[in-house]
Design a protein around this ligand. Structure first.
Ligand SMILES: Cc1ncc(C[n+]2csc(CCOP(=O)(O)OP(=O)(O)O)c2C)c(N)n1
Ligand SMILES: CC(=O)[C@@H](O)[C@H](O)COP(=O)(O)O
Ligand SMILES: [Mg+2]
Length: 630
């Protein structure tokens, strides 16, 4: 029987001796690699915190005590130790175990996550609530150095230092976000200390200077000004101490003895404490150690060699088309600059960064800043392209509205992962943007149906002197030829793709292809369906929509929530124009959609070709039944 076989709940960890704990770390890593090699998932981050997870569960009493994981993409060992081993093979599958902590999944998951940098605020809220009701639960937030680049984390630190609640923040520092971590803070944290003695010496020198009666404060300020010669006095701890935290570290996050000793001590302390743990992303699996970005979120791979299976060949991804086209455009238009919030791989900006290093900005996980930074660039005549996942743009809503659109600034929002993203599930589906952007004045919003149209959207956006957004899906494009310079489209002009007398299917973005397939199916059954691509969510092609109504039945299709989405826009327009026509709206319901493959989810929610055809078939069957009855 393996050590892992003996762990039914975290309480069982307390029965193990130290050597068994080390054995457990190995077994957890093996189990994670084996499973993720089949399911895909966030491998490198999870491998990096195996010892930390064991130490926390050994010292704490979960679920009474709380571990608040930031992002939650590193929580696989936590899942395995908290009674979910039998379901682990279903990780990230339809109706399976979530890739992130989820309160509905286990009492050991105390906060739902997926987006970053929430852990300190959430943990502080729990600590404040605990104290109001007079509890003594221990509350620990675990946040990565990448997630510490977000302003939200500092808002939490700031209030924690003020409230002085008992709270432990573990900073898991592996010098990596998805790509190597960026920014001044990252350089500060990774300043290497040469020995324990040296660290202590610096700390004591700082305390000594600061404590000098009368002049300590001034002297400390002086030392910071004389930056060059006295740089060595400053340790990462000073930053957190300034926020009112007691700082411990840096400690080796793969040394269980060191971790256990530190955690045992810090959870007993009063007030906010920060433990700086240094780990290696991908620890224990060579390919992931060597290429942590590649194995951050990885598809199925060979567990022996790490070689990723599948994925190669076939059509290029939308992301690839976007990245390649942006480089091509930037060669000709010097105003174009590109911005990412820590997602240079995911948004396809790697080649742009290589080709135009001084026109590329990775701002860290700081979506709000990314958008306002773009607004500033635009004020000085540049044309910033904010390449961002739809789901992460949610973070920067006010910046889009207040800093860009209100001032009518020419910022381009290239929204990747629009629509259903698949295995990451509800935290990551980009299924709200049609609704939340549609209501913002000045913004032009196009949803290209394929890669040819994506490139045309980019060119249209480049020429437009105001805010312009376009969204495109995760995954492979349609394999169409995309050479040469893209032609712009007329803003607000859609297209009739197929004529039909009985029903008009008005489909937007990636749903257009399915609408065309559905129309073909229906034709064989004697239903003549037209297909219209309105191209723009805003402004609407009113003439085209009026013409669509002439068929006597309009069906809208979108990969977005129905509330406030494209179908709503069409109905509002028909109401305002006093057009009376039955409209059937197909899209996502008013609830969070689960994880699963994109195709599985589209089928489940009836927005694939079969679903669209079936809904129209039913409408005609009901119509026939009605006329038979009258
Ligand atoms: C608001 C938000 N923006 C971007 C992301 C995408 N993302 C997920 S993990 C990650 C890097 C996190 O780095 P870190 O916190 O250091 O964790 P590590 O993977 O290094 O353990 C990023 C950028 C996200 N989840 N949330
Ligand atoms: C945890 C997180 O937010 C990212 O790692 C995300 O899972 C990336 O998604 P893609 O795989 O679509 O790039
Ligand atoms: Mg990191």
């Amino acid at each position: 029987m393996s050590v892992l076989d003996r762990i039914g709940s975290p309480a069982d960890l307390k029965e193990l001796d130290r050597s068994e704990l080390k054995q457990l770390a190995e077994e957890l890593r093996r189990e994670i690699v084996q499973t993720v090699s089949r399911t895909g998932g966030h491998l490198a981050s999870s491998l990096g915190v195996v010892e930390l997870t064991i130490a926390l569960h050994r010292v704490l009493d979960s679920p009474r005590d709380k571990i608040v994981w930031d992002v939650g993409h590193q929580a696989y060992a936590h899942k395995l130790l908290t009674g979910r081993r039998d379901r682990f093979p279903t990780l990230r599958q339809l109706d399976g175990l979530s890739g992130f902590p989820k309160r509905s999944e286990s009492p050991h998951d105390c906060f739902d996550v997926g987006h970053s940098s929430t852990s300190i605020s959430a943990a502080l809220g729990m600590a404040a609530a605990r104290d109001r009701r007079g509890g003594d639960e221990k509350i620990v937030a675990v946040i990565g150095d990448g997630s510490m680049t977000a302003g939200l984390a500092y808002e939490g630190l700031n209030q924690a230092g003020h409230l002085k609640k008992n709270l432990v923040v573990v900073l898991n520092d592996n010098e990596m976000s998805i790509s190597p971590n960026v920014g001044a803070l990252s350089s500060f944290l990774s300043r290497k200390m040469t020995s324990d003695f040296f660290i202590r010496m610096k700390k004591e020198a700082k305390h000594l200077i600061g404590a000098m009666p009368g002049i300590g404060k001034e002297l400390l300020q002086l030392t910071s000004r004389a930056e060059h010669s006295l740089k060595g006095f400053f340790t990462p701890g000073m930053l957190f101490e300034a926020f009112g935290f007691d700082y411990f570290g840096p400690i080796n996050g793969h040394n269980l003895d060191e971790l256990l000793e530190t955690m045992q001590n810090v959870v007993r302390l009063d007030g906010p404490v920060l433990v700086h743990v240094v780990t290696r992303k991908g620890q224990g699996f060579r390919p992931a150690e060597d290429e942590p970005s590649r194995y951050h979120g990885v598809g199925p791979f060979d567990p022996e060699t790490g070689e990723v299976v599948g994925g190669k060949g076939g059509a290029e991804t939308y992301t690839g088309v976007f990245g390649r086209t942006l480089v091509q455009m930037a060669e000709k238009d010097e105003r174009l600059v590109a911005i990412t919030a820590a997602m240079s791989e995911g948004t396809g900006l790697k080649s742009f960064a290589q080709r135009f290093p001084d026109r590329f900005y990775d701002v860290g996980i700081a979506e709000q800043h990314a958008v306002t930074f773009a607004a500033g660039l635009a004020c000085f005549g540049l044309k910033p392209v904010v390449a961002i996942y739809s789901t992460f743009l949610q973070r920067a809503y006010d910046q889009v509205l207040h800093d860009v659109c209100l001032q009518n600034l020419p910022v381009i929002f290239a929204m990747d992962r629009g629509g259903l993203v698949g295995a990451d599930g509800p935290t990551h589906h980009g299924t709200f943007d049609l609704s939340f952007l549609r209501c913002i004045p000045n913004l032009i919003f196009m949803v290209p149906r394929d890669e040819v149209e994506l490139r045309r959207a980019m060119e249209t956006a480049r020429r437009h002197e105001g805010p312009f957004a376009f969204r495109y899906p995760r995954g492979k494009a349609r394999g169409l030829a995309v050479d040469g310079d893209p032609e712009p489209v007329e803003i607000g002009r859609g297209e009739v793709l197929r004529r039909g007398d009985d029903v008009s299917i008005v489909a937007i973005g990636s749903t257009v292809a399915d609408a065309l397939l559905a129309a073909e199916m229906l034709e064989k059954e004697g239903i003549s369906a037209g297909v219209v691509d309105p191209r723009f969510i805003k402004p609407l092609d009113e003439k085209l929509l009026l013409a669509a109504a002439e068929s006597g039945l309009v069906v809208t299709v979108e990969e977005n929530v129905l509330q406030g989405g494209f179908g709503s826009a069409l109905c509002e327009f028909y109401a305002d124009a006093a057009v009376s026509v039955p409209v059937i709206r197909l899209g996502l319901p008013d609830r969070f959609v689960e994880q699963g493959e994109q195709a599985e989810l589209r089928a489940r929610y009836g927005i694939d070709a079969a679903g669209i055809a079936e809904r129209i078939r039913r409408a005609f069957a009901a119509g026939r039944a009605r006329s038979a009855g009258s």
